[in-house]
Write a protein that binds this ligand. Structure first.
Ligand code: NAG
Ligand code: NAG
Ligand code: NAG
Ligand code: NAG
Ligand code: NAG
Length: 571
């Protein structure tokens, strides 16, 4: 035994080298990554440069590139990491930051912006100024992953607080923010979106995957809080449609097509990030939800990693079972097209997540789909299920652990002594490139390190789902009949105008004429978006004389489905 152990140690020097580099890096980088992330959160983060309380800057870099903004996505990714660590008892020092984040998002959700306002699509706005004002320059908008990721973070927090019986805070403070995001996701998942890299306007796997996850979480939370059954069942109906749509991204070339538009190969870190952001250990290696250890996600990972082997000069000379640095997608030219810290770490995290599941279920399945991935480590492996007592299980999980550690070691080898993690790594000489101290890079380090330690995030309900794909997605609209009791004189007519397109955006010129068939009740039926806050007023028009109802605006929220009727009296 001793002899055999010594032999394999000698035969596999990389095992020990890469895993010990990763061990040392996790120890040294953990506190630096944590500090780096917190430094980018206002108001007191040392690099947050005037960010308002709870506002997360993407990076302190102000030129080439200027990232001194707050992105809904990046902020949510950071706070998902923070909230997960809090809920799991790993770091419970961040309650002040979490409370500030919650308070900041109440404000940010309400900021009218180029995507709209809260009622008309404004939640899809990707980024804001760090003083909680709208960014009004041209940009790739909307980006519909933001509301999903934010509510994933907030629902994780809500579930933790519910477990501590802090129900009133969840109901009064968190639920209204979460409900806005969930309603946005439920109503808009089937609309085109800019992808997480802010370049392509189509449908995007990462966006769809996180939208599916949060709708499932919405079903559970809304039920737990006693929300109306119509709301709960709308989330569930939409989640079922989204899960069906999610399947359509798989393609026969052995990977997930990251975006439906853009004319690229479709190979993209988008898909690896989706897998780790929807990890649910309770679901095992479920392929419907593309769990990290599912055969589809493993083959996808294999295709993705190999796309970067010959692309970057810095990756030359590594064998197929050795880690390399990976980027966003092979066609990337941004800042010269380089590997990124967070994408390379995501590969490791997907594999650590897989190891968590294989070790806990005490077996590992190789299918005809995932076979090419497992053959990297054992060219003679065959499809089958290998119990943890088998030599194949031991050697495959050992080799995959080493492979994963290699990605961490690759990042370690390109991390400067102060632990700063930029956005990118030069594809030729390995120096940090683009924005310094990227919040998302730090968050990626923390979640990858936790996965390496076997930390299991809370389940979100991926287990036991099945497809029910009959029918087309139901348009998210409701029929609303407006009735107003208004006494008029000959020549006067009553019109309706209000805050959404279907109510003509407050226009008086194109306000909707109402019927006086049941005078003095004036009436009109309009199709409006579901789950939407509607403000409106009636106007009395007589030739060129126009009289508005007195303030304030009338207001209601449309239901998730069905019809709605108002009974107003002219003011
Ligand atoms: C908020 O920040 C933006 C961008 O820096 C700046 O243009 C604007 O004047 C600031 N607004 C206020 C109210 O401070
Ligand atoms: C509930 O959580 C909120 C947010 O952190 C906190 O302010 C409040 O004190 C908590 N309430 C109780 C009863 O623990
Ligand atoms: C909307 O859903 C249908 C059915 O799943 C799908 O074919 C279509 O591509 C989707 N469109 C967008 C923009 O999500
Ligand atoms: C994005 O694509 C959709 C569907 O093709 C289109 O209606 C929309 O105008 C596009 N948005 C932008 C900003 O190009
Ligand atoms: C309503 O306003 C929005 C945002 O200003 C605009 O994009 C849209 O075209 C307007 N719709 C109508 C019907 O005027």
């Amino acid at each position: 035994m001793l002899f055999a152990a010594t032999l394999s140690l000698l035969a596999l020097p990389n095992v020990w080298a890469q895993s010990s580099v990763a061990d040392a890096y996790v120890a040294s980088e953990s506190p630096l990554a944590r500090a780096g992330m917190l430094a980018n959160i206002g108001p007191s983060g040392s690099q947050s440069l005037g960010a308002f309380p709870g506002i997360v800057i993407a990076s302190p870099s102000t030129v080439n590139p200027d990232y001194l903004f707050t992105w809904t996505r990046d902020s949510a990714v950071a706070f998902s990491a923070i909230v997960n660590q809090f809920a799991l008892g790993i770091d419970t020092t961040t309650r002040g930051e979490i409370d500030d984040y919650v308070a900041s998002q109440v404000i940010v959700q309400q900021i009218p912006n180029p995507s709209g306002d809260l009622a008309s699509g404004g939640l899809g706005e990707p980024k804001f100024n760090i003083n909680e004002t709208a960014f009004t320059g041209p940009w790739g908008r909307p980006q519909r992953d933001g509301p999903a990721l934010r509510s994933i973070a907030l629902i994780t927090w809500a579930n933790f607080l519910l477990s501590e019986s802090n129900t009133s805070y969840v109901t009064d403070t968190l639920w209204p923010i979460i409900e806005n995001d969930l309603n946005y996701v439920a109503a808009n998942w089937n609309e085109s979106t800019f992808d997480l890299w802010e370049e392509l306007n189509s449908s995007s796997f990462f966006t769809t995957a996180v939208q599916h996850r949060v709708l499932r979480q919405g079903v559970s939370l809304a039920s737990a809080l006693g929300q109306p059954q119509s709301l709960v069942s709308n989330y569930e109906t939409q989640a079922n449609f989204v899960l069906c749509f999610l399947q359509t991204y798989w393609n026969t070339a052995g990977h997930i097509t990251a975006n439906t538009g853009g004319g690229r190969s479709g190979i993209d870190a988008n898909t690896v990030l989706a897998s780790i952001h929807t990890f649910d250990a309770a679901a095992g290696c479920d392929a419907l939800t593309f769990q990290p250890c599912s055969d589809l996600a493993l083959l996808n990972l294999h295709t993705y990693v190999d796309a970067f082997r010959s692309l970057y000069e810095i990756n030359s000379g590594f064998a197929l079972n050795e880690a390399v640095l990976t980027g966003r997608y092979p066609e990337d030219v941004y800042m010269g097209g380089n590997p990124w810290y967070l994408t390379t770490l995501a590969v490791a995290e997907q594999l650590y997540d897989s190891l968590i599941v294989w070790n806990s279920q005490k077996s590992l399945e190789v299918t005809s789909i995932s076979l090419p991935f497992f053959q990297i480590f054992d060219s003679s492996i065959a499809a089958g299920t290998y119990a943890s007592s088998s030599s194949q299980f031991t050697s495959l999980t050992g080799a995959i652990k080493t492979f994963s550690d290699g990605f961490v070691a690759a990042v370690a080898n390109h991390t400067p002594a102060n632990g700063g993690l930029a956005e990118q790594i030069s594809n030729t000489n390995g120096t940090p490139v683009s924005a310094v101290d990227l919040t998302w890079s730090f968050a990626a380090a923390l979640t990858t390190f936790d996965a390496r330690k076997g930390v299991v995030p809370a389940s979100w309900g991926a287990k036991g789902l099945s497809l029910s794909c009959a029918g087309e997605p139901i348009p998210q609209t409701v029929s609303v009949t407006f009735n107003v009791d208004a006494t008029t004189i000959f020549g006067q007519n009553i019109y309706l105008t209000g805050s959404v397109d279907a109510l003509e955006n407050w226009s008086t010129e194109t306000a909707l004429p109402m019927s006086s068939a049941d005078y003095p009740i004036w009436s009109i039926t309009v199709t409006l978006p579901a789950n939407t806050d509607i403000q409106y007023k009636y106007i009395n028009i007589d030739g060129s004389a126009l009289t508005w109802e007195s303030d304030p605006n009338n207001e209601f929220t449309t239901p998730a489905s069905g019809t709605f009727v108002t009974h107003d009296t002219w003011r």
